[in-house]
Design a protein around this ligand. Structure first.
Ligand code: ZN
Length: 392
């Protein structure tokens, strides 16, 4: 990359050298549309802000001017961001229907408020309903001049091929363990804890940070392992295990609700109403909170299942015989795992069952989370590798 001047604002996107190089070259002659693809926490959104800032900045992405500051805060007037208001991105009634495909399309051909490029962003683009995708596709087929589309997705395979083929794809792979660990260590966290958090979070630096900082954040792993140990005792305890996970997720949601309330306090008067000057801020925060709370229970389930999956993965690693401590995720609990060599095939079966449940839960149209958990724990109850947990 030495022969290329990388705009400072793009250079600051950490841990994604390939994407940084690609975007630095793209700024000079941008295409109409990009798809930033990669898992949660890999830096897609930061990459999007930086790329937009480099396009909109009169100095080529200095990272310091008014334009850069506005863009990095996602508030630049030439920037439009569409994100799902509910589970899906809908087509919308008309141009006035905010956060819908018709709303976005109606703005695509307008002259931007300020001179220069216009950047139109679609967050979680895989959540577009078919009719919404059709509307966006029409726009991409007749791309408006001076406009760059940036679609973000953690599940690019769920996007219609017609849309995907019109975008240049920029990969944001999971951040490397070493990168996540070093980032957290620089922030003052203990290295062992940083490594454990990094492995549990699978390359998601934000999630790793939460896990490493907050003692309570590891609670979901305890909930998950206890539930699996219970499931090993038979079908009836397996159903009770599912119930215990559901109850723990409700508690998590309730705790989160209290924390979010506290975030609003500075903006409220003594009667608990937003102060005049902060009405807009409070409304935006409330909308964000609403979305977070709606997702909280499924997020908790996902963390639980991820830690179970990691546990069975570790069991498989140990079952392979050699000393593979370097590959373990649950570094702080080697005692649980070392009891008895598990059967690799069984550990793989358990992992498969957990991953299937995770996929089912990720599909938000699947309304009955409890049923998915019950099915999972019933399946796990028949596996000896799960029985090992109860003896640990
Ligand atoms: Zn600038």
């Amino acid at each position: 990359m030495s022969d290329l001047e990388v705009p400072p604002v793009i250079r600051d996107v950490p841990g994604q050298e390939h994407a940084v190089g690609f975007l630095a070259r793209a700024v000079a002659h941008p295409s109409h549309a990009y798809l930033f693809a990669g898992p949660e926490g890999s830096g897609k959104r930061l990459g999007m802000r930086a790329f937009a800032a480099a396009l909109l900045c009169p100095y080529g992405g200095c990272g310091e001017c008014r334009s850069c500051r506005l863009t990095m805060g996602e508030r630049h007037p030439n920037m439009l961001i569409l994100e799902p208001a509910g589970p899906d991105i809908l087509v919308g009634k008309d141009a006035g229907d905010q956060n819908t495909a018709r709303w976005l399309a109606s703005r695509a051909y307008l002259t931007p408020p300020e001179a220069g490029w216009k950047v139109m962003v679609v967050l979680q683009a895989d959540r577009m309903r078919m009719e919404a995708a059709d509307v966006l596709l029409k726009v991409l087929e007749e791309p408006p001049a001076g406009t760059v589309f940036v679609l973000l997705s953690a599940r690019p395979d769920d996007l219609p091929d017609t849309i995907r083929s019109r975008c240049q794809e920029v990969g944001f792979p999971p951040l490397s363990e070493e990168f996540v660990v070093q980032t957290l260590v620089r922030e003052g966290l203990d290295e062992d804890r940083a490594r454990l958090a990094s492995r549990l979070a699978g390359g998601n630096v934000g999630r790793a940070r939460r896990l490493a900082r907050d003692e309570g954040a590891l609670a979901f792993r305890r909930v998950a392992l206890e539930a699996a140990a219970r499931a090993a005792q038979g079908p009836a305890p397996a159903l009770a295990a599912a119930e215990a996970v559901v109850a723990a997720s409700r508690e998590f949601q309730a705790r989160l609700a209290v924390e979010l309330e506290e975030e609003l306090e500075p903006f409220l008067d003594e009667r608990g109403r937003p102060e005049e000057a902060f009405r807009g801020v409070v409304r935006r925060l409330e909308e964000q909170h609403h979305r977070r709370l709606r997702r909280a229970q499924r997020e908790f389930y996902d963390w639980c299942l991820l830690s179970l999956s990691a546990y069975f993965r570790d069991a498989a690693v140990l079952a392979s015989g050699e000393d593979q401590t370097d590959l373990l995720i649950n570094l702080d609990r080697p005692g649980d795992l070392g009891r008895r060599p598990a059967d690799v095939a069984e550990a793989a079966l358990a992992m498969g069952a957990v991953e299937e449940a995770r996929a089912d839960l990720a599909d938000e149209t699947n309304l009955n989370a409890r049923l998915i958990l019950e099915r999972l724990f019933l399946r796990l109850s028949s596996l000896a590798v799960v029985g090992d947990l109860s003896r640990a």
